[in-house]
Structures are given as C-alpha cells and as structure tokens.
Design a protein around this ligand. Structure first.
Ligand SMILES: *[C@@H]1O[C@H](CO)[C@@H](O)[C@H](O)[C@H]1NC(C)=O
Ligand SMILES: *[C@@H]1O[C@H](CO)[C@@H](O)[C@H](O)[C@H]1NC(C)=O
Length: 276
C-alpha cells in the first residue's frame, strides 16, 4: 500500500516537473493582431491557432527581443489546398529600429512549397524555394532558425535547407540587431489566388520554449558569448554530414535560388562563394 502511494506521489512529481519545464504560450508569446482569429488551447502542451478568412488573418509574437539563438517551433499548416496564403514563422527587427532585418520561413500556399529568405540591413531578395518531401498540412513538423555570429541556418525537422554565412568580410550584410519572433497567416496575390470557397484556413503551432539570448542594451556583447550552446564552435559551420544533407536537399527539392538569377553575384557577394 505504502509502495503504491509512493508511486502515485512520485508520478505526480514527475508530471509537475514536466509541465513546469515545457514553456506555456503566455510565458514567451502574445497575440498581436486579429485577436478574433486567434485561439489558444491550453493544456499539457499549449497549442496556438491562427485562422485566415476573407475578413482577415492573425499573428502572435515573442514578448522579448533576442540577439542569437536556436529558435524553434512545431507547426501544421492549413489542410485545405489553396494558393495565395502565407502561413509562416520568422524573426524580425522592430519597426522603430529603422533597420529592416528578417529571417523567414514562409509557406507559399498550402501545397508544400516553402520559401526561406533573409533581409539584412534592408536588403532582402535572398529567396530559396523548396517543394517539401512531406505534406506540411498533415502533421506537426519542426522549423528552426539557428542564428549566431557565424551563420544563419534554416532547418526543417533538423535538416538544414538554407544557410547564410557571415560574409561581412566580403561586404555582405549579416543580421546583428535585436530580433523578435513572429508567426502570422495572411494572403497576398504574389503567391496566387486564394480559393476562399474552402476557407477558413487554420495553422496550428506548438512548442513555445525559446532557446535564445535576450538582447540587453547595457551588455551588447552578451549574446555572442560561447557559453550559449548555439554559439559554441561546433555551431560555426555545418558538420560534414549536414553539408551532405544540405546538398541533397538543394538538388532534390529546391526549385528556385536567388543566386541563380541574373546579376546575383554582383548584388550578393555570398553568391560567388561556397554557401555551406
Ligand atoms: C560577422 O563576422 C565578423 C568577422 O568577420 C564579426 O566581426 C562580426 O561581429 C560578425 N557579425 C555578426 C553580426 O555577428
Ligand atoms: C486578402 O483577401 C481579402 C479578401 O479577398 C482582400 O480584401 C485583401 O485585399 C487581400 N489582401 C492582400 C494583401 O492581397
């Protein structure tokens, strides 16, 4: 009897610690537009849902600003097939900063096309397009952005798909200012026409823990510290295995690359050198 009771108490303790260590949505994030199109389902694992219909979309953002990290979310895009909508997850600078920096995961409609892009110091146009090897509307998958002083890496289910190295020595811009996380759903004709007959469209998000270094004006060097595991030397470059995977992804699943466009090499110095 005592042993059963012990096990029950022990089990409850384990449950408590697990819920306490998994961050809740409200701890790190807040909705910021389209509140009537935002829904939070709280439980052992919080889930936030953003819905788009003809009246508009919605978005949430992190409460804090960061200057390095390995940012991560699990997301499942709307299951109805349409073009013209952009479910997403990205890092962005504050408008008041006057500098436009952005690290983007953007779905181009819901048929499995994904765009990565980077704006650094107002210069964007670094798009790469992939047709994913799975249907992102069927299940949750993980989308991560590693950002340290040496590289920005976009990973899908921990497989690198896009790398921007810090080529500032060659004159290429690289993000340095504080960024926060945003996730939104909106529509735009640049990705085609929406089939509103199958709306509303809902993206679901899970996993609201943020593994990043919070920006600190009083200590601007803080986020470059090698004490953070995403800044450690083994994160300065992809491993040989990761490079192999990236090569494979580019060959098999990438169907548009800004570096292959006319004059790309003069506008983007990184297009002239190895990009992994
Ligand atoms: C990029 O690398 C240069 C060294 O080549 C370094 O001085 C700079 O701080 C790095 N930029 C960022 C934003 O980390
Ligand atoms: C999104 O769709 C709505 C409804 O059709 C339309 O009024 C709006 O202009 C669209 N927004 C953009 C950015 O295309």
């Amino acid at each position: 009897m005592a042993s059963i009771l012990f096990h029950i108490i022990f089990f409850c303790l384990i449950l408590r610690t697990t819920t306490a260590s998994g961050s809740s949505f409200n701890q790190n994030y807040e909705p910021y537009f389209g509140l009537d199109h935002f829904k939070l389902i709280q439980g052992g694992q919080d889930e936030a849902q953003l819905t788009l219909d003809q009246n508009g979309g919605a978005g949430f953002r992190s409460k804090a600003e960061y200057q390095s990290g390995r940012f991560h979310i699990r997301m499942k895009i709307p299951r109805q097939k349409t073009r013209g909508i952009i479910p997403n997850f990205y890092l962005i600078s504050r408008e008041e900063s006057g500098i436009h920096t952005e690290l983007d995961f953007e779905f181009l409609g819901t048929t499995g096309d994904l765009q990565t892009n980077m704006f650094a110091n107002d210069l964007g146009g670094r798009e790469q397009h992939f047709h994913l090897w799975f249907d992102p509307s069927e299940d949750f998958h993980s989308y991560s952005i590693l950002w340290n002083q040496h590289q920005v890496v976009f990973l899908v289910d921990n497989i690198p798909i896009t790398v921007y190295k810090n080529n500032s020595a060659m004159g290429a811009k690289f993000p340095s200012e504080p960024l926060h996380i945003e996730a939104t759903i909106w529509n735009g004709t640049w990705v085609g026409n929406v089939d509103w007959s199958v709306s509303p469209f809902t993206t679901s998000y899970r996993n609201f823990e943020i593994t990043g270094c919070q920006a600190d004006n009083a200590n601007p060097e803080k986020c470059a510290s090698p004490e953070f595991k995403w800044n450690a030397e083994d994160q300065w470059d992809l491993t040989p295995q990761q490079k192999q995977k990236l090569e494979n992804i580019r060959k098999k699943y990438m169907y548009y690359d800004y570096c292959n466009q006319p004059n790309a090499k003069s506008k983007y110095p990184e297009c002239a050198v190895s990009r992994s």
